[in-house]
Design a protein around this ligand. Structure first.
Ligand SMILES: Nc1ncnc2c1ncn2[C@@H]1O[C@H](COP(=O)(O)OP(=O)(O)OP(=O)(O)O)[C@@H](O)[C@H]1O
Ligand SMILES: Cc1cn([C@H]2C[C@H](O)[C@@H](COP(=O)(O)O)O2)c(=O)[nH]c1=O
Length: 193
């Protein structure tokens, strides 16, 4: 089973990935969790750019594609082939949202990704007001980085919302307490099984 959690920064994706992984482990399932950008060479370069200055949108897209190709080949596809539950914190829907918000063609981004990246079985879009998301980032002790500007996040949120009509997608209200968000995700999984 391939599950992806998406949403703008601060919506609670990492928190929910951990809660969901623990829940699957309690059911006796083997679980692999990961995130994008990854901790591989391309992902590290991308994370550094959040502090040191962003590349152009085209260069950024190229780096995310390289990072993801390696991720799919080395971790995602082998884990799915082994029958494990793969839970991802961000995937190519983030590229559609973030690099799309910088003016790149969203359909073209999708096409380039779907040429090599498997579709998820479940895409959970954690939706939250941008100001609340920024407050949560602040509450975590972080100052917003170059990817986390208000106007850009608003555009990203709109693009994520436009993805809710995908057959594998489910919109999740991320404004409620974390246990309640977890319940929404588990109910959606139970309904679609
Ligand atoms: N439902 C919730 N209600 C209130 N606070 C929450 C909730 N979920 C997570 N948080 C808190 O909000 C902060 C951001 O959560 P988290 O790091 O999981 O978000 P994220 O979407 O993974 O962020 P990023 O994309 O920036 O890595 C953390 O301090 C976390 O404890
Ligand atoms: C996968 C992906 C990510 N981003 C951006 C979104 C975030 O602001 C940063 C780092 O992610 P984190 O979850 O806060 O650790 O990367 C992007 O612009 N495009 C992508 O494809």
């Amino acid at each position: 089973m391939f599950i992806v959690l998406e949403g703008i920064d601060g919506t609670g994706k990492s928190t929910q990935v951990q809660l969901l992984a623990d829940w699957f482990v309690q059911q006796g399932r083997e679980v692999v969790t990961s995130r994008e950008p990854t901790d591989g060479p391309w992902g590290k370069r991308l994370r550094e750019s959040a502090a040191t200055g962003r590349a152009t949108a085209e260069e950024e897209l190229e780096l995310f594609l390289r990072d993801r190709r390696q991720h799919v080949e080395e971790l995602i596809s082998p884990s799915l082939a082994a029958g494990k539950v793969m839970i991802l914190d961000r995937y190519y829907f983030s590229t559609m949202a973030y690099q799309g918000s910088r003016g790149l063609d969203i359909d073209e981004i999708r096409r380039k990704n779907e040429a090599f990246a498997p579709l998820p079985d479940h895409l959970f879009i954690l939706d939250l007001d941008v100001d609340l998301a920024l407050q949560r980032i602040g509450g975590r002790g972080d100052t917003a980085n170059e990817f986390e500007k208000r106007g850009a996040l608003q555009k990203c949120r709109e693009i994520f919302l436009s993805l809710r009509t995908e057959p594998f997608a489910q919109l999740i209200d991320a404004s409620v307490p974390m246990e309640n968000v977890h319940e929404q995700i588990k109910s959606a999984l139970a309904e679609r099984r």
